[in-house]
Write a protein that binds this ligand. Structure first.
Ligand SMILES: NC(=O)c1ccc[n+]([C@@H]2O[C@H](COP(=O)([O-])OP(=O)(O)OC[C@H]3O[C@@H](n4cnc5c(N)ncnc54)[C@H](O)[C@@H]3O)[C@@H](O)[C@H]2O)c1
Ligand SMILES: [Zn+2]
Length: 368
């Protein structure tokens, strides 16, 4: 199986995505992109850099390029303009020029921050993504959406900025927690459900190997998920239409995430959101009972929740409607026609949304 995907923008080659089991192919990619010497600055964070920084620096130094690094404090709460400001200061101090290149080494938080810094520093410099979580392999590193949170609003400030290369080294999975791994898997399921019924079946038949992190199976899973994301972003690079399908499971998911004050992981909320959206698809007659329950049960072996307690469904609906995606009070909802085929539906009533939320609500007081 090939391990390279090429993302096109307006039908022209834009950047490559490599899926590797180590860093050995990285320098070749970089020196092919940049035959003349450049400065590279690795932007990483306080959890990833101590684990992997030295290895990546030593690898990159073999290119003969000057390699700098800047580390910020890990965590979504630091995905802010304040962190970006400090990166600008560092780059100015180090005389970073327009021809130089940023390298994001970290999960989605690091990729989003670095991409935004690259989009804006000196009106735009190149950047390379070296993602380190399953979520960032299959989702955030591909597609060029970058940005930061602003005053508590998620991803409120940002820019589209395509990376020059995405280098996925599956070794990074060795140091992420099981919870993070499974959280990333929710996005894999999402990708399969919206676009590729055959891949969805494949996930079901390879469930055991995926849980055991079998190297070959995981590489294939990543390749196929990234390929789905590639197809979607190529069709709609600036999120006008097709790319909205990637929000499957995220409308209710985000609202639960906010309601639970981010105590559940993003993937856990996406799993709940997928189950709720699948239920709405069932209620509206698009999918069958069997299809819905198979989707729901598919999250269980991956330690992902299919129910949640201690929520107030009506408050979740309110949060959902105040989300930036609710235009004129109408929520665009991504539903399923069948596993592997999603569509945007503008006709989902509040009552139907509440039914979806209730489908994942495990009310511990219900039998009192
Ligand atoms: N740009 C996009 O298109 C896009 C898409 C989806 C999500 N996102 C963004 O991505 C972010 C979530 O990404 P994430 O789940 O990767 O979060 P993250 O970057 O916060 O990483 C999760 C946790 O794992 C740690 N970590 C990362 N890699 C590790 C490794 N190899 N070993 C040990 N620990 C490691 C991090 O320090 C952090 O504590 C959110 O901010 C979200 O908005 C962006
Ligand atoms: Zn997501």
């Amino acid at each position: 199986m090939s391990n390279r995907l090429m993302v096109k923008l307006n039908k022209k080659p834009c950047y490559d995505i490599l899926i590797e089991n180590d860093l050995s192919a990285l320098n070749n990619e970089i020196t092919n992109l940049y035959p003349e010497k450049r400065k590279l600055c690795i932007i990483s964070e306080s959890n990833v850099f101590p684990l992997w920084g030295e290895k990546v620096i030593n690898t990159l130094k073999e290119t003969g390029f000057e390699v700098l690094h800047y580390e910020f404090k890990a965590g979504e709460e630091n995905k802010t303009l304040a962190t970006v400001n400090k990166i600008y200061e560092f780059l100015i101090k180090e005389h970073f020029e327009r021809r130089d290149v940023l390298v994001a080494l970290g999960g989605g938080v690091c990729g989003d921050i670095t991409g935004y810094a690259a989009a804006t520093y000196l009106r735009g410099i190149d950047f390379i993504q070296i993602p380190t979580t399953l979520l960032s392999f299959v989702d955030s590193s591909v597609g060029g959406k970058t940005g930061v949170d602003y005053k508590g609003y998620k991803n409120m400030v940002g820019a589209f900025k395509m990376p020059r290369l995405v280098y996925i080294d599956t070794e990074f999975l060795n140091t992420i927690s099981d919870r993070m791994y499974y959280s990333g898997f929710a996005e894999v399921m999402k990708a399969a459900l919206i676009k590729d019924g055959e891949f969805y079946e494949w996930l079901i038949s390879n469930m055991y190997e995926i849980c055991e992190k079998d190297k070959d199976v995981v590489s294939e899973m990543i390749f196929r998920s990234v390929d789905i994301k590639r197809q979607v972003v190529e069709k709609d690079p600036f999120e006008k239409d097709e790319r909205r399908l990637l929000n499957f499971g995220h409308t209710i998911g985000h609202a639960i995430e906010k309601y639970k004050k981010y105590t559940l992981s993003h993937g856990e909320c996406v799993a709940l959101g997928c189950v709720a959206a699948s239920y709405i698809s069932l209620k509206k007659g698009f999918i069958t009972n069997d299809e819905h329950y198979e989707i729901r049960d598919m999250f269980v072996p991956f330690n992902l929740p299919i129910t949640v307690s201690d929520i107030e469904p009506k408050k979740i609906l309110k949060i959902l409607k105040s989300d930036k995606k609710a235009k004129n009070g109408i929520v665009s909802f991504v539903l399923l026609k069948k596993p592997g085929k999603a569509f945007v539906c503008d006709e989902v009533s509040d009552k139907e949304i509440l039914e979806g939320i209730n489908a994942v609500f495990f009310d511990i007081n219900a039998n009192d």
